[in-house]
Design a protein around this ligand. Sequence first.
Ligand code: HEM
Length: 503
Amino acid sequence: MSALTALMEDSASVTVVLVFATLLFLVLLFKPSSKGNKYKFPPGPRPWPIIGNINILNVQQPHDTMCKLSEQYGDVFTFHMGTRKYVVITGYEAVKQALITQAEEFGERGITPAIHLFVKSKGLVFGVGESWKTMRRFTLTTLRDFGMGRSTIEDRIVEETQRLLDVFQQHQGKPFDPTVNINSAVSNIICHLVFGHRFEYDDPVFLQLQRRVNEVIQLIASPELLVYNLFPKLGAMLADVNKIKENLEKNRSYFGSVCHQHKAELNNNDLRSFLDSFLARQKEEESRNTNTYFDEENMVVTIANLFAAGTETTSTTLRWGLLFMMKYPHIQEKVHAEIERVIGKDRPPRYEDRKSMPYTDAVVHEIQRFGNVLPSNLLHQTKEDTTFRGYHLPKGTPVIPLLTSVLFDKTQWETPYEFNPGHFLDAEGRFVKKDAFLPFSAGRRACVGETLAKMELFLFFTALLQRFRFHPPQGIRSEDLGLSSLPGLTNLPRPYELCAAVC
Ligand code: HEM
């Protein structure tokens, strides 16, 4: 009998061998690969096996956890989402360095398993590589051609504000929730650019599209989605994942049918919208037989992206704005006084007016800062191996450039946790720009709709305050209004009612 057979016959020895083999297996499993060794990640909380740092994450408000950790670990730290290392960048200086100074290296979109499941890196918001670059360039040029940032779209916004004012006035000063109407008014601006038409506020198709977008934005940050990102195999069992998929598919199916309708009616000599231009470009590339990014999927996903991104953030900011005006009536009064002095009552506000209205302009900026609608930003990732502040990160490292930490950075704002329009005014009451005002982020992935959103915010806000004084329903004092937000990808105010009394 060989020595080995003798050993195997001894059951105690078998146990020893098994324990040893298991330990060896675990050591090999958790040992950083030789590839990992040439990289150096910033410090961060100690991770647990499998779950990483999820045990300390405030799932409802993840940016709160990140801000607290930055006090302990500094401006750049590592957070383990399960077994994946995320690098979190906080504070104005560090975020600026990553997104602006090292724009190329930090300019790729981070893709989680959930995002991959829903959009497969197509379209604009979650697009990557050459496809994204082509979609972004085309979108910026085409939206500008159709008037984004210019007087053509300004006329459209002014017209839409008048309809919104009429709808508000129908409530005759009685309490109502303004969410759906504001959403519709704002959405009509991007619909005009993208499809060349607007919807009536009570159109059930329009309301369904908006409802689905809002539901997706809330669910995408739900605990179930976090579980999906850690264990994608559980996908089919998670109700929120299925609900998001269903909503996205229904909206895309509608946008797909609009695309086909526009395709059938396309006239190259009369391109009326972003969608027409996309179709014309698609046709051109097809006729040249070139390998094209202007395919059906990029068309539908980009349109869905513009519809969602062009509605939700701007309308949420306006809702915060009206809530702040009710909460701080002395600030609302100053805005009324400036509108009365500069514009009066006989004509609608124009974008040019902001130059003579420093206080109102400062209030609109402070609404964006304090409203903080995209606190965690969208996820980025390193495009290549990247050295940053002494750390060396591999290509593909997910990066969170935390916008909330910039908008509330103690080194940049006098009273970060106070609603204070003075942040944007000098001692003489003139408007001053602030470098740390980055609600649209910065760099290669910065918001495509910044100029449009700024124009919309100023015009809608000023028109609403020109016509109405806003106050809480009877029995609720201004100072009792809460400012806590709902969980979700965007920082949403909790639903509230307001009274709009004609001035
Ligand atoms: C107050 C309003 C808005 C805010 C605060 C806002 C903010 C942002 C932020 C923070 C990002 C992510 C940037 C990054 O990844 O670093 C973003 C991306 C984007 N936004 Fe906006 N946005 C607003 C309005 C709009 C509007 C009106 C449009 C419509 C044209 C729009 C279209 C987009 C698109 C397409 C992207 C993806 C860009 C890319 O990945 O290349 N946004 N926005």
